[in-house]
Design a protein around this ligand. Structure first.
Ligand SMILES: [Zn+2]
Length: 121
């Protein structure tokens, strides 16, 4: 397989597989947290390989820094600070800052987002 853009059906399959992996990570987290981290790792590999994003519903469920699966009330804390969702990773102490309601507020956020450089992906 050459580099570059993948056909849509292939990306769809990759997304489906990432969804399955994250669902399993969620299911097994309580009993086998180390497996959860392995599932995250596999899902992120798919994401890189198929050059596609982690599904939105899971994008906040792992640490961007140490790649641990995050479960609210277990190993992460979520707070709303100045209109941003701050996700604190209990494994490595990394804080991910995610603009709150970023789609709805796009129009009046130009100024705000210029301060947020490089926080995405
Ligand atoms: Zn972390």
């Amino acid at each position: 397989m050459s580099r570059g853009k993948r056909p849509k059906w292939m990306i769809d399959i990759a997304i489906e597989r990432m969804d399955i992996l994250f669902s399993r990570a969620e299911m097994e987290f309580i009993t086998h947290p180390e497996r959860s981290n392995r599932y995250v790792e596999l899902a992120l590999k798919l994401s890189t390989k198929y050059n596609t994003k982690v599904p939105d519903k899971w994008a906040r469920r792992y640490c961007r820094n140490c790649k641990s699966f995050l479960k609210l009330g277990r190993n992460c804390t979520v707070r709303l600070v100045n209109g941003e969702v701050n996700i604190f990773c209990g494994e490595c102490g990394h804080v991910m800052k995610i603009p709150y309601h970023k789609e709805q507020k796009n129009k009046r956020r130009a100024k705000y987002e210029s301060r947020q450089k490089g926080n995405d992906e």
